[in-house]
Design a protein around this ligand. Structure first.
Ligand SMILES: [Zn+2]
Length: 263
């Protein structure tokens, strides 16, 4: 509703403040309670989805941690594999070297020497690979460390946010119970036909059954009021409804100090 300062302004309780004036004021309080209840209920309704989003976010950081762990494990596994292969090749090499001593012909000797060179070359390639994997492992360890601390941080943050949301929900439930009690109290001193009218309009307008009349217009639908209607609404002495949006109109005189402070 336009005019955020409207909550500060009071119904004219001076002369001329009659029964309708009081009814309107109670209706306005009733509407405030209704709107606050609606807003709290909406926030409570949103909480499971917000927690779901937190949970998905956590899954993501847990997934990143898992995959960093997996990559490091894979690196270690393939390094072990290569080390095993090097071990086998070294045994082969030492066998060849022994055989080299026993060969009879030069041709056989050359062939064996060639075989030894080949094995040494493969060993050297494997050792390069192992060295590369060791360097990669250092990077993977850093990545894992950062994924771990990120995941931990997210767990803590999400846990905190979840706690806050749950605390909010329980406070909101208490607040709603208080507001329902206030509604009950207010309703008892509002004429039942007015209350029925209020409820019908509120249901049709997302809980907003009342509209402020200001600057000759309805502040809810901004349709201009007939001068006669506006003059009557200003006294708050009768229940008037906006011709256009059908809301119940009320008038709050601006406090002089506020209009000056606004300058
Ligand atoms: Zn209107």
């Amino acid at each position: 509703m336009p005019g955020s300062g409207s909550g500060e302004r009071q119904f004219n309780r001076g002369k001329g403040a009659g029964a309708v004036n009081e009814q309107l004021e109670r209706l306005l309080r009733l509407q405030e309670a209704d709107l606050e209840i609606l807003s709290l209920e909406r926030k409570i309704t949103d909480i499971p989805q917000e927690i779901q989003i937190l949970e998905e976010d956590l899954q993501q950081s847990r997934g990143a941690l898992d995959s960093a762990e997996k990559r490091l494990e894979e690196n270690r596994e393939s390094r072990r594999l290569q080390e095993g292969q090097v071990e086998d090749l070294r045994q082969k090499l030492s066998k060849y070297k022994t055989q080299l001593m026993e060969v009879k012909s030069n041709k056989e000797y050359q062939a064996m020497l060639h075989e030894i060179e080949n094995v040494e070359k493969v060993i050297s390639e494997h050792e390069d690979g192992i060295l590369e994997m060791m360097m990669e492992a250092d990077e993977l360890k850093d990545e894992l460390e950062s994924a771990r601390s990120q995941a931990q941080q997210r767990e803590e943050e999400a846990g905190q946010q979840r706690k806050e949301k749950e605390a909010f929900a329980s406070q909101a439930d208490q607040k709603i119970a208080q507001l329902l009690q206030r509604k009950e109290d207010l309703s008892q001193s509002i004429a039942s036909e007015v209350l029925i009218q209020y409820q019908r309009i509120a249901d049709a307008h997302s809980g907003v059954a009342l509209a402020e009349a200001r600057d000759q217009s309805c502040q809810a639908c901004h349709v201009r009021l007939r001068p006669q209607v506006f003059a009557e609404v200003r006294t708050n002495s009768e229940i008037h409804r906006c011709d256009s949006c059908k809301r119940i109109l009320y008038y709050l005189p601006p406090p002089p100090e506020e209009s000056q402070a606004a300058q």
